[in-house]
Design a protein around this ligand. Structure first.
Ligand SMILES: NC(=O)c1ccc[n+]([C@@H]2O[C@H](COP(=O)([O-])OP(=O)(O)OC[C@H]3O[C@@H](n4cnc5c(N)ncnc54)[C@H](OP(=O)(O)O)[C@@H]3O)[C@@H](O)[C@H]2O)c1
Length: 317
C-alpha cells in the first residue's frame, strides 16, 4: 500500500481507503460480523482511512465501525472520516451531531469531519457551520475539516470563514466514466493543496467488469434507478469495461484494480474510497496501489472514457 499526505497536515493516509456506506440498508450489508471482517481485511492490507457518514444507515455504519475497532483493538490503526449531513448545519446541530458520531464511533476524536453536502434546504450561512467546525477542532473533538459535494465558489467562501484551520479535503463523485470533477474541482484542489477524495470510484461496481448487458441485475439496493445502470447508458460504457479487462489481464490485475489505479495515476492528490461488501473485495481493491499503468495504457482508457456520455435525464423519460 502506498500513502499520500492529507492536505497540508503531514498525516499519511492510504491512497486506497475503505468506503463504509455499504454498512447500511442502502446497500443491504447489515451483517455486523461481515463488517468487522471487512475492516480487519482493510487493516491487514495497509488501508488506514475509513470513510463513513451519519447518513449511512443513520448511524448504523458508524456503530459498526466503532464496535469493530473496539473489538479489534484497532482504533489507532485508522483515520476515521465521517460526515455531517447538510440538514444538520446550524451551529447547535453541528455540535450535537459530532457528539453523536463520537459516541457511535466509540472514540474521543474524529480525524476528519466533513460537511456531507451544502445546506441546500435550510439556508444556514456558510460561516455558521464552518466556524462551528473550527470550534470543534479547538475543543479537540475533531482533528481536521473537510467538505463534500461543494462547488469551487462555495469552497472559496467556506475557506474564507476559517481563521485558524483550513479545509484539507473535498470529496466528490469521480471515476473513469464520471469525470466532471476534472473540469473545475480537481484543478481547485491541486491549487489549494487539498486532497480530492473520490467517491463511487468503481461507478458503484459498474467498472468491476462483472456486469454486462445480458446479466444487468434489477438492483434492489441504492443502484435501483442509478443512471449508469440504465441499459442505454450501460451500453456506452461497455468499450471501457472491455479495455479494463484487456489491460487487467496484461498486468495480472483485475478490472476493478485497473479502474482504481487509473484514478491514482491521473492526479497525485487523489484518494480512492471504494466501498466493499466482503473482505475479499477489500483485499482486491487495496491491490490497486503499489504499481502504475503505463502511459500508453492510461491514454487508451482516457480516450475511451472521454467518449462516454451518461444521460441522467433518462430517469425521467
Ligand atoms: N460524499 C458523498 O456524497 C458520497 C456519495 C457516495 C459514496 N460515498 C463514499 O464513497 C464510498 C464508495 O462509493 P460507492 O459505495 O457509492 O461506490 P463504489 O465504491 O464505486 O462501488 C462499491 C460497490 O462496488 C462493488 N465492488 C467493490 N469492490 C469490488 C471488487 N473488487 N470487485 C467487484 N465488485 C466490487 C460492490 O457492490 P456489488 O458487489 O454488490 O456489485 C460495492 O458495494 C462509499 O462507501 C462512501 O463511503 C460518498
Amino acid at each position: 500500500m502506498e500513502y499520500r499526505i492529507l492536505g497540508t497536515t503531514g498525516e499519511k493516509i492510504s491512497e486506497v481507503g475503505l468506503g463504509a456506506w455499504q454498512f447500511s440498508e442502502s446497500w443491504g450489508m447489515l451483517d455486523y460480523e461481515n463488517a468487522k471482517k471487512i475492516i480487519s481485511s482493510a487493516m491487514v492490507n495497509g488501508v488506514n482511512f475509513i470513510d463513513t457518514a451519519i447518513a449511512y444507515g443513520w448511524g448504523k455504519s458508524e456503530e459498526f465501525i466503532g464496535k469493530s475497532l473496539k473489538e479489534l483493538g484497532a482504533r489507532d490503526n485508522f483515520m476515521i472520516a465521517t460526515k455531517i449531513p447538510g440538514e444538520f448545519l446550524a451551529e447547535h446541530d453541528v455540535i450535537l451531531a459530532t457528539l453523536g458520531s463520537l459516541r457511535r464511533l466509540q472514540t474521543d476524536h474524529i480525524d476528519l469531519m466533513q460537511i456531507h453536502w451544502p445546506p441546500v434546504w435550510n439556508n444556514i450561512p456558510t460561516c455558521e457551520y464552518m466556524r462551528a467546525l473550527e470550534k470543534l477542532v479547538s475543543m479537540g473533538l475533531i482533528d481536521y475539516i473537510g467538505v463534500s459535494n461543494f462547488p469551487p465558489i462555495l469552497l472559496d467562501e467556506a475557506n474564507s470563514c476559517l481563521s485558524r484551520e483550513e479545509i484539507v479535503s473535498e470529496q466528490v463523485r469521480y471515476n473513469l466514466i464520471e469525470r466532471e470533477a476534472e473540469k473545475e474541482i480537481i484543478p481547485y484542489t491541486l491549487e489549494a493543496g487539498m486532497n480530492l477524495i473520490a467517491w463511487s470510484p468503481l461507478a458503484k461496481g459498474a467498472l468491476s467488469g462483472k456486469y454486462n448487458l445480458e446479466n444487468l441485475p434489477k438492483f434492489t439496493d441504492v443502484r435501483a434507478g442509478e443512471p449508469t445502470f440504465i441499459p442505454q447508458n450501460f451500453k456506452e460504457i461497455l468499450p471501457v469495461i472491455e479495455k479494463l479487462k484487456e489491460i487487467a489481464s496484461k498486468y495480472s490485475k483485475t478490472p476493478a484494480q485497473v479502474a482504481l489505479n487509473w484514478l491514482l495515476t491521473s492526479y497525485d492528490n487523489v484518494i480512492v474510497i471504494p466501498g466493499a461488501k466482503s473482505p475479499e473485495q477489500v483485499a482486491e481493491n487495496s491491490g490497486a496501489s503499489g504499481w502504475s499503468l503505463s502511459f500508453e495504457d492510461w491514454v487508451a482508457l482516457d480516450s475511451l472514457s472521454k467518449k462516454v456520455t451518461i444521460h441522467r435525464s433518462l430517469k425521467a423519460i
